[in-house]
Design a protein around this ligand. Structure first.
Ligand code: GLN
Length: 234
């Protein structure tokens, strides 16, 4: 079985609401299967080498501004990686920077790297609360998490939503979409953290990175926790 290399992008700046738990979920779900996984933290000023999976978490506008500037240095490399079908997962603020731009309430527009054909503008209110999504990407067809963002994200072109919100706001609270996908690049507003609450999606990312379906794990406890959150409003 191939060894996986995971790049955790800017964890010192974009890593709020437990987003680092996504790294732990991928790490443990590989280790439990005997799949070797190497995790590299990429910080401001670091070069980025080829990896199988790239993860970027969420953060406040101030931290996003610093990361947005740094990401521009690696835009072409990351586009090449996306075209080679590397796996990306961006959460909230990290997701926003995977699009074309994020326009905060105050200050200049933050340029994104445009892996996703999406853009984000700050809304008038903050979306905070539980989210349930129905998706065609995995079984069970539900994804759960917690959102906390003022950004409204709109997706276009070949970029598709990960799913449809049945509880919560998702991308923009208007078109019922949540998240985005282009090739193997995914973005979502679901904090929580996302992957421990959605082990089936974690395994989908591992499958895409490996190029083969990993053997199933006993997720009986994880699925009880997942199902307890499906359609939970408060
Ligand atoms: N600062 C962005 C917003 O408020 C992202 C927040 C986050 O990552 N939770 O929309």
């Amino acid at each position: 079985m191939k060894k996986l290399r995971l790049a955790h992008l800017y964890p010192k700046l974009l890593n709020i609401y437990g987003d680092g738990g996504n790294i732990l979920a991928l790490k443990k779900r590989c280790e439990w299967r005997g799949i070797e996984i190497e995790i590299d933290e990429i910080n401001i000023g670091d070069n980025i080498e080829e990896h199988d999976i790239y993860f970027i978490g969420g953060g406040q506008d101030l931290q996003q501004t610093e990361v947005a500037k740094e990401l521009q240095k690696h835009k072409n490399f990351l586009h090449n990686e996306c075209n080679k079908m590397a796996v990306f997962l961006g959460i909230c603020g990290g997701y926003q920077l995977m699009g074309h731009y994020y326009q905060p309430h105050n200050g200049e527009r933050l340029e994104g790297i445009g892996l996703l054909d999406a853009y984000t503008v700050a809304g008038d209110k903050r979306f905070i609360g539980n989210v349930t999504v129905t998706t065609d990407l995995v079984e069970p067809r539900t994804l759960v998490g917690f959102e906390n963002h003022s950004g409204l994200t709109y997706i276009n072109g070949e970029t598709e939503a990960i799913g449809t919100v049945t509880v919560g706001n998702g991308n923009n609270g208007q078109d019922k979409t949540e998240g985005a996908r282009y090739k193997n690049a995914f973005g979502t507003y679901l904090h929580g953290s996302f992957l421990p609450k959605n082990p089936h999606f974690a395994d989908y990312l591992i499958e895409l990175a490996l190029g083969t379906k990993p053997e199933p794990l006993d997720d009986s406890i994880e699925i009880v926790a997942h199902n307890a959150l499906v359609n939970k409003k408060y």
